[in-house]
Design a protein around this ligand. Structure first.
Ligand SMILES: [Zn+2]
Length: 295
């Protein structure tokens, strides 16, 4: 046992929380999939479904780890938030925002009694703008992203994939692209590598591509909690993974491969709780699982 373990008693992770950095609406075809090619539903769909833009807090004994940072409310007030004209037009066909200043990550952290300096790491599931909108609010945090996702910034026109350089490469941001190491953990081997965030096995990342090529998921395992899997946008609702229903965005074949691996993980960990970034049920699931006393 090293000194850190000796001095920090109790479970590695004390609690998990979700905060919502605003709401949006997306088309049904976007969330649940469609026979239509993407551009067709983007241009013609009239059905809208509400979704939260969640960020998760993992209260580890060595600091708070965030999973995603949500959406910047400036998207609704700054007409030039997306610098490319085509993106500005398309985004209005794809999303309707319901967000105000108070939804910003800094206020959401405040509302659960967490100061930005307590956040030592922020894991970014993928680089879409509704997951990196709060990075300026956690200036001290190391921003962990997969190397594969980070590589998209060097590919032509990342903005066409909703990866907006102007909101990622901001002054002072401590980005840390990570590679996944070989893992001896039998339940994680199927994912082809893992990254141990806190060096104690309690918070582990692994690749779950499909929504974007470099998307990752986070498994939280600690005494006193059921195993919890945070999947980002791999599915907009976890049940869709178990029904093998892919959304109307991302790479369907790669999504299905990742879904199969998550289903196999669930067989290994029957009490696994899966939480998605845009699932309105996430806060109720966390409330039921961990009670009201979180943190
Ligand atoms: Zn996304």
């Amino acid at each position: 046992m090293d000194t850190q373990q000796a001095t920090n008693t109790g479970p590695a992770v004390k609690a998990l929380q979700v905060v919502t950095t605003g709401w949006a609406e997306q088309h049904k075809e976007h969330r649940y999939g469609s026979w239509m090619p993407r551009l067709l539903w983007v241009l013609t769909s009239r059905s809208w479904v509400r979704l939260p833009i969640n960020a998760f807090l993992i209260h580890h004994r060595d600091g708070v780890v965030l999973f995603d940072t949500g959406l910047d409310p400036a998207i609704a007030t700054n007409p030039n938030y997306i610098s490319q004209a085509i993106g500005r037009i398309l985004v209005r066909r794809i999303f309707r925002w319901s967000i105000s200043e108070g939804d910003a990550l800094k206020y959401q952290l405040q509302s659960v009694g967490v100061s930005p300096s307590q956040v030592t790491k922020a894991v970014i599931s993928h680089l879409h703008f509704d997951h990196v909108g709060g990075i300026a609010d956690v200036q001290d945090a190391e921003l962990i992203v997969s190397e594969r996702e980070w590589a998209q910034l060097s590919e032509p026109h990342p903005e066409r994939e909703w990866i907006l350089r102007e909101h990622i490469e901001i002054p002072g941001a401590k980005w840390r692209p990570i590679a996944f190491d070989q893992t001896a953990d039998p339940i994680l081997e199927r994912f082809g590598g893992a990254y141990d965030v806190m060096r104690d096995g309690a918070v582990v990342l692994f690749p779950t591509p499909g929504h974007t090529p470099g998307s990752l998921s986070m498994l939280v395992r600690s005494d006193g909690l059921p195993p919890i899997l945070l999947i980002g946008d791999l599915a907009y609702e976890p049940n869709l993974i178990f029904e093998d229903k892919v959304p109307g965005t991302g790479d369907a074949k790669t999504l299905r491969e990742s879904y199969a691996k998550i289903r196999a993980l669930k067989e290994d960990l029957p009490d696994l709780v899966v939480l998605a970034s845009h699932d309105p049920a996430a806060s109720a699931i966390l409330g039921r699982t961990f009670g009201e006393q979180n943190a």
